[in-house]
Design a protein around this ligand. Structure first.
Ligand code: IPD
Ligand code: CA
Ligand code: CA
Ligand code: CA
Length: 273
């Protein structure tokens, strides 16, 4: 089946189940726990629960849709030559999760023939579930209540924009990202660094921030939340008309997108350190 709403229902069920497992097991976590390993750099952490969440999600997808491909942050890509690919971030915002900050999410997207058709971002500690299906809008349900339709903010000039951003884990990359954010800060209302790309994009969708940009994020960080944002009327893109990608993910209402894009392009966020 390629029915977006059917995929969304399954993705949402799985993301809610993973969220419940994480909430139940998180009290055993601490920043000193032996359950923490590092990945690309000493600041790039992964916990045993990131892996457990991905395993649960993979098992549920495989049981329901055995032929589909799955791409997940912790285990990579596997599956047959199906046109359906699930894109999974088992915990987006692992550092917040580890420290007990309430901004982390389970993110699951479904891609059919290269196009994201359904996405769910379960912001577990806040009890908020963001969902989107291609062409059917973006919704937020909180505390078990039915979904509220989301619209991003529009008509916000750059100098009054509240802009979320994030920093990748590589030390050299961070030095450049620090220079870029220092140049953006005096041009906008303020900056927010929430710690989860997926939550940041959902915040654009909900009008809690006006824009989000980050360089160096991966497909699983923004696959689901990017659909939530675009179904809420925001534009998702990269530099110079390219699609959003590791080079840059920029998200804002179409009018604000242009101004922020041109500012970022002039600062050259694409240069590597
Ligand atoms: C990270 C978060 C963070 C962003 C990083 C991501 P993770 O994902 O989304 O906000 O700044 O670039 O890698 O590792 O917590 O899943
Ligand atoms: Ca990670
Ligand atoms: Ca992530
Ligand atoms: Ca993750």
């Amino acid at each position: 089946s390629t029915d977006a709403l059917g995929f969304l229902r399954l993705a949402e069920d799985i993301a809610r189940e993973a969220g419940e497992m994480l909430l139940a097991k998180r009290p055993g976590m601490s920043t000193a726990s032996g359950d923490i390993e590092t990945k690309s750099s000493p600041t790039d952490v992964v916990t045993a629960l990131d892996k457990a969440s991905e395993q649960l999600i993979r098992a549920r997808i495989q049981a329901a849709r055995p032929g589909d491909r799955i791409l997940g942050e912790e285990e990579g890509e596997a599956g047959g030559d199906s046109a359906v690919r699930w894109i999974v971030d088992p915990i987006d915002g692992t550092v917040n999760f580890l420290y007990g900050l309430p901004e982390w999410a389970v993110s699951i997207a479904v891609e059919v023939a290269g196009r994201i058709v359904a996405g769910v971002v379960n912001v577990v500690p806040r009890g908020e579930v963001f969902t989107a299906a291609l062409g059917a809008g973006a919704h937020l349900s909180a505390g078990g209540l039915g979904g509220e339709r989301l619209r991003c903010n529009t008509g916000v000039p750059l100098e009054r924009a509240l802009v979320a951003t994030g920093f990748g884990y590589g030390a050299g990359r961070r030095a450049v990202q620090g220079e870029v954010v220092a140049a953006v800060l005096p041009r906008v209302r303020d900056i927010r660094r929430g710690g989860s790309c997926a939550v940041d994009l959902c915040s654009v969708a909900a009008g809690r921030v006006d824009a989000y940009y980050e360089r160096g994020v991966n497909r699983w960080d923004y696959a689901a939340a990017g659909l939530v944002a675009s179904e809420a009327g925001a534009r998702m893109g990269g530099l110079n008309g390219e699609p959003a990608g590791p080079g840059l993910v920029l998200c804002a209402a179409p009018d604000l997108f242009e101004g922020l894009h041109d500012l970022l392009a002039s600062l050259d966020p694409d240069r590597d350190a």
